[in-house]
Structures are given as structure tokens and as C-alpha cells.
Design a binder for this molecule. Structure first.
Ligand code: SF4
Ligand code: SF4
Ligand code: SF4
Length: 495
């Protein structure tokens, strides 16, 4: 057993209101500088939808992540020899059109316009060319199903969803969507790291944060192709790759990452997980339908005396062990089995997990009155989002795991409804709890962490031992305008 630490996250999708505050917090802090305008290290997509960059989940097109080749793990992208051929022209990169051409506005129009009958307009200007442009795409272009027949209908996760169900999904009166906030998953088998020919991307030893070395990056951009989530970006001004740094300068000073701190819906949780690094390869080699369980299996129980002994022997201090025991992520992922990784079939073992959305219940109009008396808690069979769709997103197609999560979430709703409103019988609540293989005590714990828990319980930030690190004594804000906050030296374009 080789115990490692990983700062991990859970996003509870039923609580996301799609306000994009997280994206703006990240943008203001890390990517408001030349060459980074189009980057959204944190973005929020509407699902069903094609996402950002467009169709990033389609690995037939982008060849990101890992695949099994005769039982061996292999980068889907290419062999190293294949990468050499593509060094000077990489056909697997998203183009600016797949992201969007960033723009600003000619605000001076508003001030300098002569007296006239019409309101002056601030015309959009490309931030790449400085010329006027017609805006045709954006990072959340299909927000709230805007243009759903074109965008949502092309979502790759609709594969396997029957024609009838698809049609129902987009019927005006049943229209259904949810938000999927995304950032780097700080994977424990990161294909971005494996794909980089310059070894410029690395996983930080003490906490598992995946970072790019600005000095080593040679602009090959294989990391961008290698990441199936397209969460590495290329800065066209500095000629270097960039990505989410999990706000490590904030974490090291015991502050939650900016996107999490600012989250309006309080959907985000952060905490330490222990995992067994000896079993990473084995976990990533399981057949698709076993991947979620295999990943869960290598996450270790920080209350287990054998794990504690081994952790101490590996040099993990008691404060970190204590922090792992209080981790909200451990509860959601391992103890309650409610949070699932996004696209486990990419085999990068992502360490950002999602509680799938149950969505509001449906009701009908009767004589002008909103009637939800017949089946307030819609049954799984009539779930508004097809189980197959959710399974394509979160369990590599295994519907039974989605059903198990939904049963527990519904049991929670039914149990609390019976307790607080009383229009559901105690017998019905007991039955739902038993069917979901849970207990009233567990339901109360889930309810507390989901609805009541305060800031310190949602973000259990482990102690970081970076006191001796050079970055901590250097002035990391000095380069904010040029290279970006956190960079202590100016990056130079080229090799
Ligand atoms: Fe690398 Fe992508 Fe995983 Fe982040 S999400 S660690 S960029 S493979
Ligand atoms: Fe941006 Fe920090 Fe959130 Fe990463 S953790 S997406 S760097 S705000
Ligand atoms: Fe969702 Fe929170 Fe981001 Fe708002 S700030 S879009 S609630 S994740």
C-alpha cells in the first residue's frame, strides 16, 4: 500500500443555479490577461449541450484520455513516435472556433457618439485581431438550452437514448436541463501529464494538484489533446500551456479556491482523500462498468487503523489525517456513494466528483391549478432526464449505479418531506429508506451536509507544508499583468 494525499472536490448538481459566479471569480483572479482571454479554467455548461470547447466529450474526434489495448493502458492520442510526427501539426487540437473568438466592446462609441435619434451601440471587437466581429459563439453559447435543436441535440451523451425519449426531452412543456460546472479534475492518472513530451506537467507530490511548469513548457500542446476534458489551454501571447492550479496559493494560506469560495448555490465541497497509488493502474484497467467501483476502491478509509499506521509511516502528519477524516468529499464519494466521476471511461481517475441532479418534480395543470398531488416524487421510471443519459455522463454507461444514487437521493426527499410537511406517511418513508439501502441516521447526515453545513464543514482545507518552498517567500503577484499571478518569472516565448 502506497498512501498518497489528494485534495478532491464534490459538486452537488441539484444545487447549481447556473449563475456563472464561479467562472467569473476564476477569470478575474487568474486569466484576465493577454493570451488568456478565451480561457475559462472554470466554466459552467448546460446539459444536454455540446459544452466548451464544442463536443469536447467526443474522443473519436479529439482522441483524449486512455484506452485499453490488449489489456494494457495506452494513451488514445498516439504512441510517442506518433506524437513526434504530429509535433509541428497536431490535428487533434480544438480550434479557436471550437472555443470561441474572445471579444470586448468599443465602449468609446457610447461616449463619443454625436447627438442622434438612435441609441449608440458599443460594437463588439475581437480581442485577437482588434477588428469588429459578428459574435457567433461563446463559452456558454447554449446556456439554458439556447438553440437546443442545434446544440443540445448534438450532445454525445444522448447516444443510446431512444428516439421517443429524445423527442420528449425537447418537448416545450417537458423541456429539461441542468448545469454542469467544470474545472480540471486533478486526476490521479492524468493523461495530460503522460502526453507531454517535455515533462512540463506534473502532479504535486504532497496534495496531487496538477500543475504546468512555465519554464519547461515547449508549446507542443500535446497536453491539450491528451486531456479528454480539454482543461489545459494554450496562451497565444506567452506560448505556454496553462490550466487550473486549484488556487494553490489560496489553499496554502487556508482559503478555499476562488470559484468555490464564491459559489452562490453552495454546491461545492473540498477535502483531502487518501488513495493507494500502488493500485492506480489496476483501477484504470477495469472494464467500463466496473470503473466507478474500482476508483472508489482505491480511495482509503482514513479511520482504518491500518491506513493510519501506513499513512504515518509514509510521512503524513496527524493534522492531515485528521483533515482527511473530516473531509466532506470522503463522505459523499466513499461512505454514501452519492458522488460520481465525470466520464470514468476516459480512465484518468478524475478527483472531482458530482452528485447527479434529481431535478425538480414534474406536475400538471388541472383547471388552471398546479397539481402535484398524484405523484409528488416522480418515480425513477418517469425521471425527467433519461437514466441512460446520466449513465453516459457519470458511470460509463452503467445504469444500475445511477439508479442506486437516485434511490438514495429520493429516499432523502421522501423521508424529510414526511418529517417536515407530513403529507407522506411514515410507512412510505420507511419503505423508501429501506429500498435505497440506507438508514434514517445516514439520511440525516446527508441532509445536514447538503443543506445546512457551514463554510468550514464544506471546505476542510488540510494543512499545507509549503513553508520551505521558494514560491512562498517570492512575491507571486508581481507578474499579474504579464505572465499571471503566481508566476515568479516572466515566461519567454519559444524553446
Ligand atoms: Fe490533466 Fe485534464 Fe485530468 Fe486536469 S482534467 S489532470 S488537465 S487530464
Ligand atoms: Fe480557477 Fe482556482 Fe477554481 Fe481552479 S480552483 S478553476 S484556478 S478559481
Ligand atoms: Fe453553479 Fe456555484 Fe458556479 Fe453558480 S457559482 S454556476 S451555483 S457552481
Amino acid at each position: 500500500m502506497d498512501i498518497r494525499c489528494q485534495v478532491s472536490m464534490v459538486f452537488h448538481l441539484d444545487k447549481c443555479i447556473g449563475c456563472h459566479t464561479c467562472s467569473l471569480a476564476c477569470k478575474n483572479l487568474w486569466t484576465s490577461r493577454p493570451g488568456a482571454e478565451y480561457m475559462w479554467w472554470n466554466n459552467v455548461e448546460t446539459k444536454p449541450g455540446v459544452g466548451y470547447p464544442a463536443l469536447y466529450e467526443d474522443q473519436e474526434q479529439y482522441q483524449g484520455g486512455w484506452e485499453l489495448d490488449n489489456g494494457e493502458l495506452k494513451l488514445k492520442l498516439n504512441t510517442r513516435a506518433g506524437e513526434l510526427v504530429n509535433l509541428f501539426h497536431n490535428p487533434r487540437l480544438p480550434s479557436l472556433d471550437d472555443y470561441y473568438e474572445p471579444w470586448t466592446y468599443r465602449y468609446s462609441n457610447l461616449i463619443d457618439a454625436p447627438a442622434q435619434d438612435d441609441q449608440p451601440v458599443a460594437t463588439p471587437l475581437s480581442q485577437v485581431t482588434g477588428e469588429e466581429i459578428d459574435i457567433e459563439a461563446g463559452p456558454n453559447w447554449d446556456d439554458d438550452l439556447g438553440g437546443s435543436p442545434i446544440y443540445a441535440a448534438n450532445d454525445p451523451n444522448l447516444a443510446g437514448v431512444g428516439e421517443e425519449e429524445r423527442a420528449q426531452l425537447f418537448e416545450a412543456q417537458r423541456l429539461v436541463y441542468f448545469y454542469l460546472p467544470r474545472m480540471c479534475n486533478h486526476c490521479i492518472n492524468p493523461s495530460c501529464v503522460a502526453a507531454c513530451p517535455a515533462a512540463a506537467i506534473y502532479k504535486r507530490g504532497e496534495d496531487g494538484i496538477v500543475l504546468v511548469s512555465n519554464q519547461k513548457c515547449m508549446a507542443w500542446r500535446m497536453c491539450i489533446s491528451g486531456c479528454p476534458y480539454k482543461k489545459v489551454y494554450f496562451n497565444w501571447a506567452t506560448g505556454k500551456a496553462e490550466k487550473c492550479i486549484l488556487c494553490y496559493p489560496r489553499l496554502e494560506t487556508q482559503q478555499a479556491p476562488a470559484c468555490m469560495h464564491s459559489c452562490v448555490g453552495r454546491i461545492r465541497y473540498l477535502g483531502m482523500l487518501f488513495y493507494d497509488a500502488d493500485r492506480i493502474e489496476d483501477a484504470a484497467k477495469h472494464p467500463d462498468h466496473e470503473l466507478v467501483e474500482a476508483q472508489r476502491d482505491i480511495i482509503l478509509d482514513p479511520f482504518d487503523p491500518a491506513v493510519i499506521r501506513k499513512a504515518r509511516a509514509s510521512g503524513i502528519d496527524d493534522k492531515t489525517i485528521e483533515s482527511a477524516q473530516k473531509s466532506p468529499v470522503f463522505k459523499y464519494v466513499k461512505r454514501w456513494k452519492l458522488a460520481l466521476p465525470l466520464h470514468p471511461e476516459f480512465r484518468t481517475l478524475p478527483m472531482l466528483f458530482y452528485v447527479p441532479p434529481l431535478l425538480p418534480v414534474t406536475a400538471s395543470m388541472n383547471d388552471g391549478l398546479y397539481d402535484n398531488s398524484t405523484d409528488f416524487f416522480s418515480s425513477l421510471e418517469s425521471a425527467r432526464l433519461p437514466i441512460r443519459y446520466m449513465a453516459n455522463l457519470f458511470t460509463a454507461g452503467d445504469e444500475s449505479q445511477i439508479v442506486a444514487v437516485y434511490r438514495k437521493l429520493m429516499a432523502g426527499r421522501i423521508y424529510k418531506r414526511a418529517q417536515t410537511v407530513g403529507d407522506i406517511t411514515a410507512e412510505r418513508a420507511r419503505q423508501a429508506v429501506a429500498e435505497a439501502l440506507t438508514t434514517p441516521e445516514e439520511i440525516e447526515e446527508i441532509y445536514y451536509l447538503t443543506s445546512i453545513a457551514g463554510f468550514d464543514e464544506r471546505f476542510v482545507i488540510p494543512p499545507f507544508s509549503r513553508e520551505a518552498a521558494i514560491e512562498l517567500v517570492a512575491i507571486t503577484q508581481a507578474r499579474q499583468e504579464g505572465g499571471g499571478m503566481g508566476f515568479v518569472r516572466e515566461p519567454h516565448r519559444g524553446l
